[in-house]
Design a protein around this ligand. Structure first.
Ligand code: SAM
Length: 265
């Protein structure tokens, strides 16, 4: 497929057959599963997925890629459903219907975090996700407390999913090559009972406030949300910084605060 790539849409197409195979092997589609690929582009992953799985839904924003993708589906005699839309406007829950979907994609890096949060909003219909992102983002997603890159993204994702970085993908695997290293990550939804989060909205608020001023102590960063005594009662030192608090600590704080209405920080 010849196509002038569009920088504004984060178009870096995979061109390394070995790496493409490695990604498809990591996804390992099984009969009966419903796969949804975000940003199929020129079909680098779409084609081998269809050759192996025969049934696939893809979500692509670039109108110039729709017809070539449809032609690929026909050529392979596969059942390819093309959703021509901005992925952030696609209701995954509606797309899933009564079943579960597996999300796959070499994501447009400029909107990778919004896509991750969008997927979290529909997590109850997602059985797993395999995404390629900037390696630096994958590092942040998987970071633990005490790490320099542990932050809001790490906590929000790890509270809902097991985050498993799989492998690094160097720039030379893409056309055109991006300026940064990439990595493939697997996200598997956690059983909500595992962490016992009862106040998801409050959790979001506490985590946002705690990391909005990373250099402040938790006592100060959360000043508009709760007092030191609540932080202490959760077994957390109010004088520490958010980047040292484990996910379970934020869950305890949110649960302790309950759903009482407080002003936004
Ligand atoms: N999967 C292909 C590959 O690996 O070669 C292309 C990956 S490229 C990094 C990202 C793809 O996402 C592009 O095809 C781009 O057009 C598409 N895209 C960008 N923004 C999008 C959006 N908001 N919704 C859906 N697709 C989008």
């Amino acid at each position: 497929m010849s196509h002038q790539t569009k920088k504004s849409l984060g178009q870096h197409f995979l061109a390394d057959p070995g790496m493409i195979e490695k990604i498809v092997r990591a996804v390992d589609p099984r009969p009966g599963q419903r796969l949804v690929e975000i940003g199929p582009g020129a079909g680098a992953i779409t084609r081998p997925l269809l050759q192996r799985h025969q049934t696939l839904t893809v979500i692509e924003f670039d109108r110039d890629l729709i017809e070539p993708l449809a032609a690929m589906g026909e050529e392979l005699g596969a059942e390819l459903t093309i959703v021509h839309a901005d992925v952030l406007a696609v209701d995954f829950t509606e797309l899933a219907g009564t079943g579960l979907i597996r999300l796959v994609g070499n994501l447009p890096y400029n909107i990778s975090s919004p896509i991750l949060f969008h997927a979290l909003d529909h997590l109850s219909v997602v059985s797993d996700m395999h995404f390629m992102l900037q390696k630096e983002v994958v590092d942040r997603m998987a970071a633990g407390p005490g790490s320099k890159v542990y932050g809001r993204l790490s906590v929000m994702l790890q509270a809902r999913c097991h985050v498993t970085p799989l492998f690094r993908v160097p720039p030379g695997c893409f056309r055109p090559p991006p300026k940064v290293d990439s990595a493939v990550v697997r996200l598997t939804p956690r059983d909500p009972a595992e962490l016992g989060l009862t106040q998801p909205k409050r959790f979001e608020q506490v985590v946002r406030a705690a990391f909005s001023q990373r250099r402040k102590t938790l006592r100060n960063a959360l000043a508009t949300v709760c007092g030191s005594e609540v932080i202490e009662a959760c077994g957390i030192n109010p004088g520490c910084r958010a980047e040292t608090v484990p996910v379970a600590g934020f869950v305890a704080l949110a649960n302790a605060l309950g759903d009482v209405c407080v002003s936004e920080p």
